[in-house]
Design a protein around this ligand. Sequence first.
Ligand SMILES: Cc1ncc(COP(=O)(O)O)c(C=O)c1O
Length: 289
Amino acid sequence: MAGGYDDRDGVIWMDGKLVDWRDANVHILTHALHYASSVFEGERCYDGKVFKSRQHSERLLKSGELMDMAIPYTVDEIEAAKRATLDANKLTNAYLRVVAFRGAGEDMGVAASRNPIRMAVTAWEWGNYYGDAKMKGAKLDIAKWKRPSPETIPVAAKAAGLYMICTMSKHAAEAKGCSDAMFLDYRGYVAEATGANIFFVKDGEVHTPLADAILNGLTRQTVIGMLKDRQIKVHERHIMPEELEGFEQCWLTGSAAEVTPVGSIGDYNFEVGALVRDIAEGYEKLVRA
Ligand SMILES: Cc1ncc(COP(=O)(O)O)c(C=O)c1O
């Protein structure tokens, strides 16, 4: 049985070197710990190949740019770091977490241009993100917090600061016996879950929130492509919460979540129907193709 995430066997790639898992530590005055100057990626490796690996590395660099934090590695260097981490840990099916952050240095105020930008790559075996929800459908709460406006924070960045409301909302959801929470955005439109995008089915067509205040997930984009290949109409649009009543099926997408059916959101119920099963199975095949 694995211990806490800081107490495991294996190695972690940190700033260009593979270090023992338990020695992959940072100083308490690391800028990211105080001011959330951190961006990250969550990816999955299937049978030795990281799905959409380069796109994840490109998004990491983009997130850094959006946060005024130039990550001092190229996509090729990030790819090599991921490969080295998987190989050193002898992993072929794994979850990868790549994180880039402002370290400790000359500055300890909000501005920190003199502090180094650091990067680490970790990987471990990780099963279904929502446990047995893949069969039964996940139970979702509706978060009291709202996804912020793009004028408030760079919403396209996969940045640590955006996850503050996710942790709080997921804790509240778990306290009610739910596996996750769905957010509305600052305008009141249906947005996304705490770590996954959301899709709905009505009359054989699919509806998903427009990616103007959510993370435009790589799995979301993959699944939209799969639906289009199946000649299924996809409406990327603003969705009002009142519309939930009329939707028949619902699912979540994410690198960790993969394609997970949703059984309920608050008082609204959905069937784990033929389309969601088809897309979940199709995605499982695609990632291993
Ligand atoms: C808030 C949020 N939305 C959506 C996603 C799905 O993104 P992707 O499919 O690129 O993993 C994630 C996961 O990274 C996320 O954290």
